[in-house]
Design a protein around this ligand. Structure first.
Ligand SMILES: [Zn+2]
Length: 282
């Protein structure tokens, strides 16, 4: 599932391409993914794009916002004058745009279009008044997030209150917003922590190592434009590159580059693929 770096990359792309465009029409092909009145968006000029952990929020000049969770396979693809030469669409944009998985089409002025594709249709788009965005249940219950309000003090507090395995605690969106499976795996390897140890058993030094590691891997993720697993693509239709730079994630059976004493093993923890070096992460 897209995590903070992927959704941040989408946000940056949407902001770059959409700001200044006016919405001239909204066509909803799949009512399941869309809630609220599409008509109120028409005539609204796009002012900015915010992100709340994995949720995007496109703010319009007319007091309305479009709140979006792309979940597993949602994709935003922009085509229009702000994209000088559109790159070839990634094969991950199944069916192209518009195609059979295009569920919402936002027509924009100056010949622009924003397509929402979603093969699995778990994602959702909701029209809300901008001043009520913070009251959305999904946004309201999100924990503080890295690069946002998540200070080391708060991070320490979250860990010390949980007896659950550290990897599971790290991925609890209501405690810390935005850290999912790929980056949790990499941060734990980087800080040499066994994903199964209880969160509240970490020493102060280890808490600090992990906090720094979380920020570091998320920054790397953003630098490489996110990781293209499943259906993730950037708003110009390209894939991210972080999957080629993961530290532990996906390296089952490969030697650990740090200790050179063991190969990565994979097991499932809380239902999610977990990659560890049995020597570094004892
Ligand atoms: Zn190792």
């Amino acid at each position: 599932m897209p995590e903070l770096p992927e959704v941040e990359t989408i946000r940056q792309g949407l902001e770059k391409y959409l700001v200044g465009h006016k919405i001239t029409d909204v066509k909803v092909n799949a009512p399941k993914v869309f809630s609220g009145e599409p008509k109120v968006l028409i005539g609204g000029k796009i002012k900015g794009v915010r992100r709340f952990a994995k949720v995007l929020c496109i703010d319009l000049s007319n007091g309305y916002s479009i709140v979006v969770h792309i979940k597993l396979t949602g994709q935003f693809i922009y085509r229009g004058p702000n994209l000088k030469s559109p790159p070839d669409l990634s094969k991950k944009v199944v069916g192209g745009v518009p195609g059979k998985h295009t569920h919402v089409v936002f027509s924009l002025d100056r010949g622009g279009t924003l397509y929402y594709n979603d093969v699995r249709r778990f994602g959702w788009i909701k029209v809300v008044r901008t001043k009520e965005v913070g009251e959305e249940p999904f946004i309201k219950k999100l924990g503080p997030e890295p690069f946002g309000k998540l200070t080391f003090e708060l991070f320490k507090g979250v860990l010390s209150k949980s007896g659950r395995p550290i990897k599971i605690a790290l991925m609890d969106q209501e405690k810390i917003g935005g850290v999912g499976n790929i980056y949790a795996n990499d941060a734990l390897w980087l800080s040499k922590i066994n994903p199964k140890v209880p969160a509240n058993s970490l020493t102060l030094d280890k808490q600090k190592d992990l906090y720094d590691a979380v920020l570091k891997v998320l920054k790397e993720g953003i630098k490489y434009g996110g990781s293209s697993e499943l259906a993730y693509v950037t708003p110009d239709g390209k894939e991210g590159q972080y999957q080629k730079h993961t530290l532990a994630y996906g390296w089952e059976g490969e030697p650990c580059e740090r200790c050179h004493k063991a190969k990565f093993v994979k097991y499932f923890l809380g239902g999610r693929g977990t990659y560890v070096c049995p020597v570094c992460q004892k």
